[in-house]
Write a protein that binds this ligand. Structure first.
Ligand SMILES: [Zn+2]
Length: 146
């Protein structure tokens, strides 16, 4: 096991109002949400305050599915200490850009499989939530390749 040591991080960090809503919905309800642009209708996941295409502020939180498809992926074949946990990820492990149903952008996360028959662009995936959630992206344990 690898640990991150005894360093201190004497600061607070915010993900803004919409990022907090995203994390709270995952933690408290195992739900995923995005934010919809009032001008072009694009749905961003995770939510962000301004549309990158229209440069207008957004405030409409919308539900998205916990299922989607692999947009692009990689199979990581080297040791990697996960900064979220301080624990080395399995070698190999899958990592992907995932486009959830109802979203127009991708979020990145780990996959439960490295099977070359199953893991491919367009493969369907479903979020697997941790039983005990803390309000972070790691409240999703990984995405199960269906
Ligand atoms: Zn827009």
């Amino acid at each position: 096991m690898v640990t991150s040591g005894d360093s201190s991080q004497p600061f607070n960090w915010t993900v803004d109002e919409y990022g907090s809503t995203f994390l709270r919905e995952m933690r408290d309800h195992k739900k995923l949400v995005g934010i919809k642009c009032p001008k072009c209708g694009k749905v961003y996941v995770p939510p962000r305050p301004v549309c990158g295409q229209c440069y207008v502020g957004m405030n409409e939180i919308v539900p998205v599915s916990d299922e989607g498809e692999i947009y692009v992926f990689t199979i990581v074949h080297f040791g990697f200490v996960d900064p979220n946990t301080g624990v080395q990820r399995p070698v190999p492990h899958g990592y992907a850009f995932i486009k959830l149903d109802g979203a127009d952008t991708c979020l990145t996360h780990f996959l439960d499989s490295v099977d070359p028959v199953k893991v491919k662009v367009g493969a369907r995936v479903k979020a697997v939530f941790e039983p005990k959630r803390t309000g972070s992206m790691m409240d999703i344990k990984h995405f199960k390749v269906l």
